[in-house]
Ligand binder design. Sequence first.
Ligand SMILES: [Zn+2]
Length: 125
Amino acid sequence: MTEANEQNEPKRSCPRCGEPIVDVLPRLPGRPRRWCSAKCRRAASEERRAAAAGAIATQYVQVDLSLDDHVQAVLVSPAACRRVLRDLRERYDAGELGDARWSPVADELQRTRPQPRPTVRWGAR
Ligand SMILES: [Zn+2]
């Protein structure tokens, strides 16, 4: 820090607009002012952010996907299908598909399994 002899501090100017920066004396504690005004400080901050983002303004848009869209997205991907099937199988084997809400899923799984007849073994693993 070179704030010991602020008497001899050279006149500074705003890096953004070039206006001289007038320090309030006695100077307030903390970092010396860098910008001439709050307006320039905010503008510079926004410019830095824009530069960091590649100067491309990106707007996040919430897209509402229907259940069909999600299902379709899974069905076109073998990797996604495998993950869903594996996850469901593991949940089934762990007895987690026994409640009323998930039992239709368990029924569908039963049909995909080559079993002569459904065995009742919820949670009996
Ligand atoms: Zn300025």
